[in-house]
Design a protein around this ligand. Sequence first.
Ligand code: ZN
Length: 502
Amino acid sequence: MRKLLLIITLLLTACAPIVTQPVLPTPTRPPVTPTVPTAAWADLSPYYAAMKPDFVHDVDQFTQATRYQIDLTIAPSLTNYTATQQVHYFNTATAPLDAVYFRLFPNTPSYGGQMTITSLKVNGAEVKPSMELGDSAMRIKMDPPLPVDGEVDFDLAYVTSVPTVSIPGGYEQFGYFRGVLAIPNFFPMIPTYDDEGWNVELAPGWGDSTYSDSALFQVNLTAPSDQVIATSGTCGPAKISQGSQTLHCASGPMRDFMIGLSADYQVASDTIDGIKVNSYYLKKDQEAGRRGLEISVKAVKSYEKRIGPYPFNELDVLETPTSAGGIEYPGLVVIAAEDYQHNPTFQEDATAHEVAHQWWYSLVGDDQLDDPWLDEAFTQFTTALYYLDVYGSPGFQADISLDLQARYQRALSDNEDMRADLPVAAYSDRQYGEIVYGKAPLFFYALYQKMGDEKYNAFMQTYFEANRYRNAHVPDLLKAIATQLDQATIDQLMKQWITTPN
Ligand SMILES: [Zn+2]
């Protein structure tokens, strides 16, 4: 997510040529001939469609990833949807599981939706789940426990209504507002099970909500035919019938699947390094929509060169009514319409930030609730490197001083310095913005100053390669840093920027 805004005056560079395209669904890549499947779930070829050609076989390592097959119908009113969902889940933990959880994010207070499970079967038999956390977590007992490497099938059906007015404590990330329907985390989602057990908790409203593993999605999406639709992954051509359209979409290894749509969307697209970048903007904001495309393309260029390749063949950037500056999802980011219309400086900052999350969050995952600095602080400093690449040293220094240092200075002025490696819930909304988005990125800045540009990139590449598609933790980050910097310096910088004051 991108929070708060600061005025950074930077010179915009000349525009790259942009092609404004008619509103058509994205054509799918021709299917790769499948290998002989042993079971429907074992066939990984449907997911190849979302990958760049050189990365198609990344999918093959995901034999035990959770498969989601979702048939989703969005009502003509755009205020509710129904779905059936088949999930094939593998117990990849080191112990048997006596329960499996699904998170129902629409039911969390800051989302303000209402999801009702109308049918649930486990391996074909109807079961009754226990609902927890205000119906936002569903516990399904495994009887007998699901053994290590065991597999289980879930069949679900659900109906969901979405909010149409602002929810207290939310940021209009989920719902139908001002002609745009945005439905992040719209489906029952299995959270990460790790050494702490099931990661099931209500996220504070000012942080990100999800912590999940890379999974594989196929989504059949039916919606009114006048809607222009953007999703995570890649969709085939729409089939139109009696006022509605149906798209078949597939993802590569992604930890979530996001959908946004509007009858008002126009699309501008460009292709960089085999990635089709699509900017979805409201008709009246054409100039900002084109600017969003340019920024995104420059950001992808910067991060691919410094960190490593984006393996998917599509990246979508959407203008939505959210009151957060921007929010990241796999293969799709949303940026506030407010900034498209009134604040091009922050549009650039938020877009560069959310696109950086494709590397830190989407590809290299992390526990967004417990280790937000791995997620947000690393992304904040990576955004500063975008400014370095696009505007040179003055842009870089402006971002460091007017965003990162200014945020931390506010904490110091208020005598509220805190350590930077705490869970989101340990901070107030304001402290979170100052410490995790301000102080902790200065740790990465200090690393950059000690290492220099080349070694800093080498550290990021090492971390990226070792943790791509996985969830990384603090020791993984420190291990990658140690390939480029001596331990005494790392310890000193960690103490200076991250682990003090206690
Ligand atoms: Zn963020």
